[in-house]
Structures are given as C-alpha cells and as structure tokens.
Ligand binder design. Structure first.
Ligand SMILES: [Zn+2]
Length: 55
C-alpha cells in the first residue's frame, strides 16, 4: 500500500507533522467521520470506517 492510499486514520504523529499542509486539505470542510477513530475528512477514502456526517 503506497502512502497516497493510506487512510488518515493510520497516520502517526510524525506523518501528521510532516504532512500538515495535506492534512489541512483533507480535514477542511469535513463530510465524513470515522466511526472507529473519530477522525473527520472531506472524502471517505481517507477514513477506515467512514460515516456521512449529514445523517
Ligand atoms: Zn478510522
């Protein structure tokens, strides 16, 4: 699995720090929340157990 397909859920704190610019894009205007990890993202592909926010 390449870095591009890794879900936000699996980022560790160093990856968050190193990819802060990308992270800001992913979490801007969140449409989905992860039922497992409690993280939010704009696209469901970034989360391991995505659930639409507007439900
Ligand atoms: Zn998750």
């Amino acid at each position: 699995m390449g870095k591009d397909s890794k879900t936000l859920c699996k980022w560790d704190k160093d990856e968050i720090k190193d990819n802060l610019k990308e992270l800001k894009k992913i979490v801007a205007e969140p449409r989905y929340v992860c039922k497992k990890c409690g993280r939010a993202a704009k696209k469901e592909e970034h989360l391991c157990k995505p659930e639409p926010l507007d439900k």
